[in-house]
Design a protein around this ligand. Sequence first.
Ligand code: NAD
Ligand code: ZN
Ligand code: ZN
Length: 352
Amino acid sequence: MKALTFQGIRDIRYESAADPVIVAPEDVIVKVLYTAVCGSDLHIYHGRESGLDTGTVMGHEFVGEIVETGRAVKKLKKGDHVVSPFTTNCGECYYCRIGLTCRCERGQLYGWVENGHGLHGGQAEYVRVPMADTTLVRYSAEMDATQVLLTGDIMATGYFCADQADVRPEGVYAVVGCGPVGLMAILGAKARGAETIFAIDTIPERLEWAKKLGAIPIDFQERDSLERIRSLTHGRGADGVMEAVGSSSAARLAYDLVRPGGIISTVGVHTSPGFPFSPAQAYDKNLTYKIGRCPARFYMEKLLESIQAGQADLRPFISTIMPLAEGRTAYDRFDRKEPGYLKVILKSTEGV
Ligand code: NAD
Ligand code: ZN
Ligand code: ZN
């Protein structure tokens, strides 16, 4: 098959890779219809997350059709249309039972193979899915597969971010970073009834999207931008800050923006060894800090229902659809945050 593979920093190649095969009886093989490039892929692309084997198939966001099932697969069958969360999960361990599916004791992250161990990703024509019955979610073939694709990661992550921030209708909130995940956090906060959401970034197109979603856009490089948030909260700061960047400067900004007693909800993937604020500073703000990977599987069924019911319209997020063969260009343009490359979706040559 053809796939996008990791070859080194800023070196993603479209090349031939081994066809995935059933390894365990709970596995299925999915023929990928659409896959997407994520901000998390950029951490690998930039070399901020290291350890990945050369030749690893990239990507953890995909939808497709089941073409083969292992002998222990009971709920799913060949021909089913399925969407995957970005990690696999067993559905029965302690973490799966409490809804923290992203920390499943047997879970794996797609697109991460280290020293020969791990799971290849979905930016490919085919992908192997372990523990398929409990990992995958079936969707009706009539649904728009590109919107369905977004439930497996960024939509779930945005809603999770708003849940962690305990967003309430009467509160004042800030979203730091208006990439696909930050914009989804705005949707998630809106779904919880929030009316006042400041959206912080520097990229005009992304700030424009934040505005269209009902947030107040703020370019943090403009003078007095942070004062605007403080002045609208009587100098206190935001009740909750949702951080969807994953850098020390963004974490510091979140700290500076949150009011005493407020919550910082971080979904940005961080790779630095320390916090840009001290325990003493956290103490002095009575800060609640929540951070981590989204348990996407826990959210997906409800999110699919809200798309189907027309409550959440994800069409604005489908900015660009390109062939998988142009994946290298897709990474480059998404990384540069070029206009029109907000969420890049790749169409698998085999699948569509
Ligand atoms: P992205 O790179 O497209 O978006 C990041 C945005 O942040 C950009 O628009 C950029 O201009 C902006 N930005 C950069 N520095 C900033 C700063 N100091 N202040 C404000 N804005 C700043 O990525 P994305 O796809 O939206 O993903 C965002 C983050 O979420 C990434 O770190 C990704 O790894 C992470 N993520 C986490 C989970 C999870 O489960 N926790 C899931 C998906 C993605
Ligand atoms: Zn992702
Ligand atoms: Zn589990």
